[in-house]
Design a protein around this ligand. Structure first.
Ligand code: ZN
Length: 256
């Protein structure tokens, strides 16, 4: 059986087991500076979801939903070409998709999110959709972003969150034809490095848009990016996704 939800025929949907897990990759279409394409987050989320479902789908009964290519990217609204949905619209879209998934035997829905700007909204959606449609919902990231407590290379001062070393390396691995590494420059707001509490991933968060920092709209340092580094990071992301799906498959918050 195919693991692509949209390639199933209607009678096959009814035959799905309640153990089936729907995976919704969420990308974005937004400026990623002079060196990466608008599609960056989409490429990463879509590729990772495909590879993880190909590798672990049979084991954990995963079904790949069609990827979302447009999401909440209004931190880049200033940059023409960015296509973004408001928070209200994206919540409504997710609610509609979850309502439809809930009509199938599937009881678990995973958002595989490639765009950090969606994270807070997806947490809200995860609980609201759990209440509204009875689905068990999960929010998964390819890797933990630096603005949510994940690691960032030293040279990026904890601020490598957009089109920096890791993201550029991964794109050099996945879609080198779309990368212009020669145009990438270090864009780290060094003047914010002394803030210990008001910072990305700090105790105090702040509303920002990517043209606030005096950079070219990126945050990070892509200059040392390599396809080899990207290949290693991507392989780690696929392996981590496999481990996450294994836990999601057996996760039940109720006591045994
Ligand atoms: Zn990105």
């Amino acid at each position: 059986m195919t693991r692509a939800f949209a390639d199933l025929r209607a009678p096959e949907i009814a035959e799905l087991a309640p153990s089936a897990i729907a995976v919704l990759p969420i990308g974005s279409t937004e400026q990623h500076g002079p060196h990466l394409p608008l599609s960056t987050d989409f490429v990463v989320a879509d590729s990772l979801a495909r590879d993880a479902v190909a590798g672990f789908g049979d084991e954990h009964d995963l079904l790949l939903l069609p990827s979302l290519a447009i999401s909440k990217s209004n931190e880049h609204a200033w940059s023409p070409g960015t296509l973004w949905l408001s928070a209200t619209t994206l919540l409504a879209v997710l609610d509609d998709i979850a309502r439809c998934v809930a009509t199938t035997p599937i009881r678990k829905l995973v958002f595989l999110n490639g765009h950090g700007g969606n994270s807070a909204l997806l947490q809200v959606a995860a609980r609201d959709l759990r209440l509204a449609h009875g689905l068990q919902t999960f929010v998964m990231h390819p890797s933990v972003p630096p603005d949510q407590g994940g690691e960032s290379p030293v040279a990026e001062l904890g601020m490598g969150i957009h089109a920096g070393l890791e993201e550029t390396s991964i794109m050099l691995h996945l879609r080198p034809d779309l990368v212009r590494l020669d145009l990438g420059v270090r864009s780290v707001p060094d003047h914010l490095a002394s803030f210990e509490r008001v910072r990305f991933g700090g105790a105090v968060s702040f509303g920002w848009t990517s043209d606030d920092f005096g950079t070219d709209g990126t945050l990070g340092d892509p200059t040392g990016a390599t396809a080899e580094r990207g290949e290693q990071r991507y392989a780690a992301m696929v392996a981590a996704a496999g481990e996450s799906f294994a836990e999601i498959a057996r996760f039940d918050p109720r006591p045994p």
